[in-house]
Design a protein. Structure first.
Length: 105
């Protein structure tokens, strides 16, 4: 979904409304008796909720600091292992860089 790629452009009110909408949709999918693609729709709703919550965290100093510490801890734990897949290292490094860039704004 395109809106999930452009979360940084939305206001906090728009993010809250989108979060409420996705939570309602997730609850509807969860409680539906019959629904096509139920698992996929539930996974999509959960992923979008997580993305919105992350964006909201990135907009507060406390949230950015918490995300930075988590990203640093994940990267350190990954580097401490003897053999690390390069994709896992790159993903952890990208996560840390994203948070640090938002802190600098």
């Amino acid at each position: 979904m395109q809106i999930m790629n452009d979360l940084h452009r939305l206001t906090m009110d728009e993010l809250r409304m989108a979060l409420d909408d996705w939570r309602r949709w997730r609850d509807r999918v969860q409680t539906a008796e019959h629904m096509r693609l139920r698992v996929e729709r539930f996974a999509q709703a959960c992923a979008n909720i997580a993305a919105i919550e992350r964006e909201m965290d990135l907009r507060t100093p406390e949230g950015r600091e918490r995300l930075r510490k988590t990203a640093e801890a994940n990267l350190e734990a990954l580097v401490a292992t003897t053999a690390v897949p390069i994709s896992a290292y790159r993903q952890a490094r990208h996560e840390l860089m994203t948070v640090e860039q938002r802190i600098c704004r």
